[in-house]
Design a protein around this ligand. Sequence first.
Ligand code: SF4
Ligand code: ZN
Length: 312
Amino acid sequence: MAKCSFCNRRAIFYSRVNGKFFCEKHFLKYFDRKVRRTIRKYHMFGKNETIVVAVSGGKDSLSLLHYLSKLSKRAPGWIIKGLLIDEGIAGYREHLIGKFIKTCNELDVEYKIVSFKEEFGYSLDEIVKKGKQLGLPYLPCTYCGVFRRYLLNKESREMGGTVLATAHNLDDVIQTFLMNILNNNWDRVARIGPVSGVITHVRFVRRVKPFFDILEKETTTYSILHSLYPDKNVECPYAPLSFRWYIRKFLNDLEMRNPGIKYSLLNSLVEVLSLLREKYRESDLKTCKICGEPSSQEVCRACMLRRELGIL
Ligand code: SF4
Ligand code: ZN
């Protein structure tokens, strides 16, 4: 049985990058220090904030909700709220919603659940079907991502949020980075930093990623230690169709052979971000002439997709 590198207790986590073993107590200390350093480094929160946490019901977002709720006990000006978007994916999101409600109640956190069905009149499953019938070229994750981002901004603003915290971890961030490089989408790379750029649009809620420097296996460990790991490990049925699925596997294989390569890729992203942000300024956001939400074009992506689907 491996022992903790800092005390004599049983190790529950091993970091291949620094070669250290951690017991539960030292892992939680290490995790807390790392997240707080990220929050401080990127000036994520001020003294008085209503922080809306975007929760999918999965391990990462529940861990973020749990972590920030605990941290807020030391920050009297912070209010934490949970927001879950139910896309309407049969057999997938339902049991995660139960876990979300249970966690919010245990943490005494106010929450809101909004569904695609209520908001757009169609669930994601129905939208995907409609898109196929119309011969649209989009993958399910495209509809899902565009509509979810749209609702997260709109609903967090309506909940009084001054900042929207998402649980994107280091693995998510570098997957998105690599996907966008491979697609030559540098304007999108400019938007995947730990905090959204300087945005003056009155309807835009600032976004932050407190787990930006945290590996997925670290959020997994945190979630297990706090009984937040889902009882059933169900994957979204659309996930294997996505480009991200392959990139994720590729990066995990690469990390197995070269421990530390994920951090290296994250550092590459941080290096290029300041240059890209000069070139692709988010502060130039317009107002969608259909729905009035912030948009980089005359019409936002959500309205464009709804128009193509004939559901506007
Ligand atoms: Fe949505 Fe794709 Fe994630 Fe499924 S895998 S929840 S469709 S983004
Ligand atoms: Zn719009």
